[in-house]
Design a binder for this molecule. Sequence first.
Ligand SMILES: NC(=O)c1ccc[n+]([C@@H]2O[C@H](COP(=O)([O-])OP(=O)(O)OC[C@H]3O[C@@H](n4cnc5c(N)ncnc54)[C@H](O)[C@@H]3O)[C@@H](O)[C@H]2O)c1
Length: 438
Amino acid sequence: MTDLEAAIRQRTARVGVVGLGYVGLPLIRAFVAAGFRTLGFDVDQHKVDQLRAGRSYIKHIPAEWIQECLAGERFEPTADLRRLNEADCVLICVPTPLSDSRDPDLEYVEQTARAIAAALRPGQLIVLESTTYPGTTRDVVLPILAASGLQVGRDFFLAYSPEREDPGNPDYGASGIPKVVGGIEPMSARLAEVLYSQAVVRIVPVSSCEVAEACKILENTYRAVNIAMVNELKMLYDRMGIDVWEVIEAAKTKPFGFAAFYPGPGLGGHCIPIDPFYLSWVARKHGLSTRFIELAGEINAQMPQYVIERVVRELNERGKPLKGSRVCLLGVAYKKDVDDPRESPSFVLMDLLRQRGAVLSYNDPHVPKLPKMRHHDVPELASQELTPEFLAAQDCVLIATDHSAYDYDHVVRHAKLVIDTRNATKCVQDNRDRIVKT
Ligand SMILES: NC(=O)c1ccc[n+]([C@@H]2O[C@H](COP(=O)([O-])OP(=O)(O)OC[C@H]3O[C@@H](n4cnc5c(N)ncnc54)[C@H](O)[C@@H]3O)[C@@H](O)[C@H]2O)c1
């Protein structure tokens, strides 16, 4: 047994996590709960300062937990990447976005790999967790680390283990989700498996980093394609007067061979709208196209437009043009009960509404002020309180995210028209004639 393996098993190894965001912080939590001392790295000094002051910037990470960890010296946040050599195991959880031309943007992963290479010392285990295309760990990360002069499998160890975090899901936290692990070579795989098995419910070893990378992209592509399929069926069933949500509820009673996916106003979040395009990009390099991914992207991207057309039609029925109408959007987070607005279709809906002259307002209990977004010209708006008077003054209330905190009876009771893209009002009994599902 190597010294590193012994230290991991005794839980005296220090775990470093690079990228203290939606993935990195829950991961630290899992390792702290398993008894490890952790170091958290982030280039965003503001985030580090907040954590050091015992404050949380992610809704489902309690400030009390951060304060306890700081007091017990279980977690130390820092922006000083030179301290990467203090960690025995370094887990990389930095963003993997798309560039403006929708190609993989590995800038953050490369920067991190360079910072690790500058501090690399014999006996360290490095694991990439960021979602990416098959081949990234071997072709992008390894050469940067190997440029340090140290040799993988002998001096340091390198693996890939995809993060499967599902923010806002009360049933599965980082320690409860099985972890797929693939190494660059056998010793790297073994050490990564031993490390995660200390903190995570089950390890799923696979034969290489590439299999682990491909597994994550398969999971996300599966979701993107199935969501596109139900979105397409929604448009068809809408026209036929069939409620697609009722169809899905019935279909999911089949005990095998069917997993329920739900339509919505478009795709959101850091993963599902983005990751499949990592695979399309690598497919092009292999002379192949990924037609399912392209088609799913096309259908999902069309959904906000479809929703706005419905808003226009319903207002028109009520003798109102969209121009000058008051529209309040409910929910700007990309999914239920989270505070993460990244890639949320709500911003596309807002762009379309403003282009057509609607008087826009919004409410989101988890997003008090509209954040700046890279690809949208976001107005400076604060979340409006949903008082009876405010709701009654709107020409249309558009439900984009079905947060549990909403009192849908109250919304429908006071609003003139509710366009519901999530079937959020399914339990509302009264005034159903004001609800249009789309
Ligand atoms: N959010 C999710 O639900 C989720 C789920 C599964 C996988 N993932 C994947 O995990 C990765 C991270 O996603 P996230 O949602 O946690 O992102 P995030 O933006 O919440 O957090 C990433 C953090 O990394 C920091 N960072 C950027 N460059 C850095 C650098 N060079 N060194 C140190 N820190 C750096 C950023 O400041 C940020 O705080 C992505 O690849 C994403 O696709 C995300």
